[in-house]
Every structure is written in C-alpha cells, then in structure tokens.
Design a protein around this ligand. Structure first.
Ligand SMILES: [Fe+2]
Length: 217
C-alpha cells in the first residue's frame, strides 16, 4: 500500500514518461516523413505533436499483463534497440508505463486459428482503454510470445508500427519482410496485413488515428 505522497510522485513519473514518449515518438515519425514516408505518417506525427495527453484518474488497471507474457516483455525491452536517443527515451518511458496499462487481446474470427489469442496482448497507452485520454490518436504496445502468428486483417484507418524487436511483417502489396528492430511499418487504409514472431518475442508500438480507430484492432 503506498501513501498519498508516493502516489502523487508515481503519477508525476507516469505523466513525465507519457510526455517523453509522445515527444520522442513524434520525433521518430517526423524523421521518417523527412525521408519520404507516406502522407499518413505525417498525419500520425501531427496527432502526436498537437494532442494533449491527460492521465486517467486511476493508475490501477482492470486487466494487467498476464504472468505468462511478463517474461517476454522483460526480455523484449532488455534487447530492444537503444541506437538513438529517441529510442532510448521511448524504451525508458515504456518501462515506466507498462505496469499501469490495460492489456487487451484481439479475439479470433470463426475463420482464424485461435492460437494467437492467449499468446499476445496490446497494452493501451492512449485512446479507448488507454492510460491517457487523447482526442486524436490511439496508441498501443503490441507484445507476442515467440512463434506466434497475428492473423491477416484489415481496417479503414492507416496504421503505423515502430518495430522494437525481430519479427516478420506482411502487407498485401509487399508480402512478408523483416523490418528489423527500429524499423517503421506503414499500413495504408484497408490493406491486408499481419505479423509473426519467430524465436524471440515481438514488441512494437502502433498508432491509429483515433476517430477511425475504435473497434479496429
Ligand atoms: Fe492492423
């Protein structure tokens, strides 16, 4: 049980980590925009730059990360790329934030293998069920155990992933490829996409523009 002073200090740490994550992720996306990334990445970057993140009233989460996945998160964070100051800031922020996130899992459709359901979680940072209220962007942290396939799916909003681990990614116009830790994946509106982990856990930050994002995961 923590006292009110400790609770206030913890909230301040969480708010500071949220600001650091927002600032550094914006810088990473902006850098890719300057290097010719699609216009939608610009929209995501703008949403990160202008949105005000408001910490929800309670730091208690109704759905913590299951114990079976916690070692994979620690493993992934420990080996994630710290090759640039912005990546260091992002990973430090995630290390502070993850215990306070609500971790949700996508359910399988009738035509999908359901093995992935208990082998993945999304830690919700902003947007619906997010730790922070944010009017424009839904941001999550995807975690998958090794040897897991996240099914082919599609949704109207464009989506970006900042890849933080090894793993393979699929987009219908590209096929399967490995962006590598630190890579950026962009999925245009309504394109079919998927991802899978091999020997290592898969970890990636993802973002969807909020107005279109609900019910899309
Ligand atoms: Fe998606």
């Amino acid at each position: 049980m923590i006292n009110s002073t400790e609770h206030l200090s913890l909230r301040q740490d969480v708010i500071a980590s949220g600001k650091s994550l927002q600032r550094s992720l914006h810088a990473v996306l902006l850098n890719r925009v300057r290097n010719g990334a699609p216009d939608s990445i610009q929209a995501h970057a703008s949403a990160l730059e202008t949105a005000r993140w408001t910490l929800k009233q309670t730091l208690e989460t109704p759905r913590a990360l299951p114990e079976a996945l916690a070692p994979s998160l620690s493993q992934a964070l420990n080996v994630a790329p710290r090759t640039h100051p912005h990546l260091v800031s992002i990973l430090d922020a995630l290390s502070t934030l993850w215990p306070h996130l609500t971790w949700i899992n996508r359910q399988a459709r009738a035509d999908q293998d359901s093995a992935f359901v208990e082998r993945h979680r999304h830690g919700m940072i902003t947007g619906p069920e997010g730790l922070f209220e944010c009017p424009t962007l839904t941001l999550g942290l995807a975690l998958m155990l090794p040897e897991t396939c996240y099914p082919y799916h599609q949704h109207p909003p464009a989506e970006f992933y900042l890849v933080l681990s090894p793993g393979e990614w699929y987009r219908e116009d590209v096929g399967w490829w490995s962006p590598g830790p630190g890579g950026l994946v962009f999925n245009p509106p309504s394109c079919v996409h998927a991802m899978k982990s091999r020997q290592a856990p898969l970890l990636a930050l993802w973002g969807l523009l909020h107005s279109e994002a609900e019910l899309c995961r």
